[in-house]
Write a protein that binds this ligand. Structure first.
Ligand SMILES: [Zn+2]
Length: 114
């Protein structure tokens, strides 16, 4: 019996893929020839999974702390912080000062939970 599974790039849905070695835990890595992005079919680490970044932002809006979010989503708090920092950079509506205040707020909240 032959079992075939069609694999598509999660970024551009192309199926023009090449194998690109294996990750440290032995999972096959793929590279998309069309958009040149790398991905795995199944991630073991939750932070790489699809939709996790949106969840982090959503939980922050519900005033969850960095450690809270890390615990709930089973990812590192440093990953949460880095996603929030990148998100703040990409947010054109927020002025520099407001962004800075937001980050200080996040940091203070983090300190209070220690
Ligand atoms: Zn692609």
């Amino acid at each position: 019996m032959i079992h075939l599974q069609e694999i598509n790039c999660p970024h551009c849905i192309s199926n023009d893929l090449v194998k690109n070695g294996k990750s440290s835990n032995g999972t096959q890595c793929w590279r998309c020839k069309k958009c040149n992005k790398y991905f795995q079919l199944a991630y073991r680490y939750n932070a790489r999974k699809k939709g996790i970044k949106e969840k982090i932002v959503e939980l922050t809006l519900n005033s969850s702390g960095v450690r809270d979010i890390g615990r709930v989503l089973k990812i590192s708090k440093d990953t949460v912080t880095s996603v929030l920092k990148k998100n703040a950079k990409n947010e054109p509506l927020l002025s520099h000062n407001r962004r800075k205040k937001q980050l200080i707020k996040i940091r203070n909240r983090d300190k209070m939970q220690q």
